[in-house]
Write a protein that binds this ligand. Structure first.
Ligand code: GN1
Ligand code: MG
Length: 363
């Protein structure tokens, strides 16, 4: 791999140095490396785009480019991290037999976190993801490419799940018998989605679609700096972003944990998340959209459980696994989280109302 990455580096105008290449982060889809040199201050991030997931990597590059130009023009002080340009002024490198790569500057003084252990961090990240969508509220969203068709379309995910159920080996079906039943108990989530999807009351906005905590950069005082991992930035509903934050910020244990009984919702983290998000988006979202704030969490947890279980039933073609039950364990984790979330939803609605009174100006 090192030789391939050296070829990628050569496509860019980097200072002369002997670059060290180290695997970086823990994303499930793309491969990521940190590029650094012992006596140089500047560092870079290099990523290989997973082409079995993102079939048209140039769509990602074009989306980032058009969003970047818009933000530069309308919000010049907003910190938006663009990919580096190659010698031939492209945001992507394509190597025959190897695929697509891109490089980004590593932001000096920034760090990411993998689990949320401080409500201030949840507030800051939610604010960053909200500011991204808020700053792009007048961007012509229909101009963006769909980088992953059907990505957060629950109807499509259910279709994939039912297809997997139909063709799964009976041994696998038996192993997840309980989880299949639990999913059925949550069918009102699907019914609600059907009333949202393609309904003009719920506008498509520029949505990040992967708001886990490790996709926000923090400075050394844990203030949010920028959002990263822009592959899935495309038109969508804000519930995707709020839901994914609920999914990954509200529990001290992450989606890899198998201590299912210890999956507990931390209401004070929901409070911080809602505070951060609504401080930027409270006045952008319509009353109909705001009604969906807590539904967001249910929607995303359910969809992620479906996605993990679908992958388990289909023989793990999508998510990398380290043992045969890995995706089933992840689905169990998400279902435990979903149950806990639903048990706290009334309290969360009150929290949302409290923040709305603070941020939403009623004329
Ligand atoms: C994938 O690769 P990563 O970790 O950024 C997935 C998300 C899931 C997440 C679950 C393109 O994101 O939708 O929420 O795994 N991204 C894609 O950990 O499928
Ligand atoms: Mg991602």
């Amino acid at each position: 791999m090192k030789e391939v990455l050296s070829l990628v580096i050569k496509q860019y105008n980097l200072p002369e140095a002997t670059w060290d290449i180290c695997p970086f982060g823990n994303g499930l889809i793309n491969l990521t490396w940190l590029i650094s040199a012992p006596n140089r201050k500047e560092k870079y991030i290099c990523q290989k785009i997973n082409e079995s997931v993102f079939k048209q990597p140039e769509y990602i590059a074009e989306n980032i480019n058009s969003i970047g130009s818009y933000l530069q023009k309308h919000y010049p002080s907003y910190f938006f991290i663009q990919p580096l340009q190659t010698h031939s002024a492209s945001g992507l490198v394509w190597l025959p037999d190897s695929g697509y790569y891109r490089m980004m500057p590593f932001v000096e003084g920034s760090h990411t976190v993998d689990t949320v252990t401080d409500t201030g961090v949840a507030f800051e990240a939610a604010k960053q993801f909200a500011r991204f969508t808020a700053n792009l509220r007048s961007f012509p969203v229909e101009k963006l490419h769909i980088t992953l068709p059907g990505f957060h379309n629950l109807r499509f995910r259910l279709h994939q799940y039912r297809h997997a159920l139909h063709y799964a080996a009976s041994k696998l079906l038996k192993q997840c018998d309980r989880e299949i039943k639990v999913l059925q108990e949550f069918d009102t989530i699907e019914q609600r989605w059907e009333r949202i999807y393609h309904n003009p009351l719920f506008p498509k906005r520029v949505i990040h679609h992967d708001t886990k905590i490790s996709n926000c950069l923090f400075d050394d005082r844990n203030k949010g700096m920028a959002v990263i991992d822009l592959d899935t930035v495309m038109p969508g509903y804000y519930i995707s972003d709020v839901g994914d934050m609920c999914r990954s910020y509200l529990c001290a244990l992450n989606e890899e944990s198998t201590a299912f009984d210890e999956i507990i919702i931390r209401l004070e983290y929901f409070d911080a998340l809602a505070d951060g998000y609504l401080s930027e988006m409270g006045n952008v979202l319509t009353p109909d959209e705001l009604e969906l704030f807590t539904y967001s969490g249910r929607f995303l947890m359910y969809m992620q459980a479906l996605r993990f279980l679908t992958d388990f039933l289909a023989g793990n073609p999508y998510y990398p696994v380290s043992h045969p039950m890995h995706n089933l364990d992840r689905a169990k984790n998400q279902l435990a989280l979903l149950k806990q979330f639903c048990a706290h939803e009334d309290g969360m609605r009150k929290i949302v109302q409290r923040h709305l009174r603070k941020y939403v100006h009623i004329d």
